[in-house]
Design a protein around this ligand. Structure first.
Ligand SMILES: *Cc1c(COP(=O)(O)O)cnc(C)c1O
Length: 384
């Protein structure tokens, strides 16, 4: 058997409670979904504002397809850059207060492209140990030297910057850490960038649309702005559609257009997706009520989950991880919730460090207070 070695590796993974498998949704994304034929109250999507199945976005996508067709047919630099793409870039740049913006097909590709285009051999990237996997892959791809610092440890970051005497310096970080829900100390990081003439690349996949005034994201949350910051956000989470964008100084965007391989050598996204995203951007701007409701749900969940044998991690965002520790125990709890009709994903290594398996509870503005109450009740039952 040519693949017996792979079979053995998978069997080992399964024995450690680490095998991954998919489940199939039979309904649109929402807190109330049908999965493999069974109904669930779900707490695992990143659809924080509940826009993934919003009727206005559905209509905008349909209208976009009617006007622009389905496929872009070419890369952006050939003949695949359409009016909706261009308009979306302009509006995104204005929204986040940057001179220019560039859309990518996915956040994963944006991260690969940006880091690879901006740094290379002889340069250094500084990265938080809990950064998203796509940022880690991006560093490897760039061939720059990699210096990783302990999660949120600004003293160690400062020391590493001091020790670096030559080449470009790029600090890269999740703004809201995807598996922890806490927020990077961006203000301190920016100060270090200024002190050491470094650039700051901020991946705001989980802050855009949710944090800051009008949902402008993590930079607005801290009230910081600097030409040194290269801002990235994804458009498949709070924005409810798909894709990502990078916003920065014009010279940075021009560099990406010329050097980011994951931008240059790929077919542009369907222009109709940009039509839907233009509508989404409007709903985000007008979404104070959704954000206020989400905040209320976070407070309700946090007060309801006190007194459990598991630690609810320190987080003010829609990502509320319950730290379990052991892989099997996390899987068992996730399965026990599922039996009660509640779906919360168990997150295990290597997505998170060894011994920190967790239930990653995520909230959405579409959840009701009663939904959160049901989850709280079920977890208290399971704790007995
Ligand atoms: C989801 C995510 C990405 C990847 O974005 P996609 O658009 O899903 O490819 C990148 N960074 C972070 C922090 C993420 O959570």
């Amino acid at each position: 058997m040519p693949f017996s070695e792979l079979q053995k590796e998978l069997a080992e993974r399964a024995a450690q409670g680490l095998l991954r498998a998919r489940r199939t949704l039979n309904t649109p994304q929402s807190p109330h979904i049908v999965v493999d034929g069974k109904s669930y109250l779900a707490f695992c999507s990143n659809d924080y504002l509940g826009l993934a199945n919003h009727p206005q976005l559905v209509a905008a996508l349909q209208q976009g397809a009617a006007q622009w067709g389905v496929g872009a047919g070419a890369a952006h630099l050939v003949s695949g850059h359409f009016e909706p793409h261009h308009l979306l870039e302009q509006q995104l740049a204005t929204f986040v207060g940057k001179p220019s913006a560039l859309i990518f097909s996915t956040g994963y590709m944006a991260n690969l492209g940006v880091v690879q285009a901006l740094v290379g051999r002889g340069d250094t990237v500084f990265a938080d140990k809990l950064n998203h996997a796509s940022l880690n892959d991006a560093m490897t791809l760039s061939r720059a030297e990699v210096k990783r610092y302990r999660h949120g440890d600004m003293e160690q970051l400062a020391r590493l910057l001091e020790q670096t005497k030559s080449g470009r310096k790029l600090i890269i970080t999740d703004a809201v850490f995807s598996m922890d829900g806490d927020i990077a100390p961006l203000r301190e990081m920016l100060a270090l960038c200024e002190q050491h003439d470094a650039w700051l690349y901020v991946d705001d996949a989980h802050g855009f649309g949710v944090l800051g005034e009008r949902g402008r994201g993590s930079l607005a949350h801290f009230g910081i702005e600097s030409s040194r910051i290269i801002y990235m956000a994804t458009l498949g989470k709070a924005a409810g559609v798909s894709g990502a964008f990078v916003a920065a100084e014009q010279v940075v965007i021009d560099t990406l257009i010329n050097h980011a391989n994951s931008y240059v050598y790929t077919t542009a996204t369907p222009p109709a997706l940009s039509s839907a995203l233009l509508q989404s951007l409007q709903l985000i701007e007008e979404g104070d009520e959704r954000r206020a409701h989400l905040k209320l749900l976070v407070a309700r969940l946090r007060s309801g989950l006190t007194g459990l044998p598991w630690i609810l991690m320190e987080s003010d965002t829609a990502i509320q991880p319950l730290l379990i520790g052991d892989n099997q125990r996390a899987l068992e709890l996730s399965a026990a919730l599922r039996e009660r009709g509640i779906w919360v994903a168990a997150i295990r290594p290597p997505t998170v460090p060894q011994g920190t398996a967790r239930l990653r509870i995520t909230l959405s503005a579409e959840h009701g207070e009663a939904d959160v109450g049901r989850l709280i009740g079920a977890l208290h039952e399971l704790a007995c």
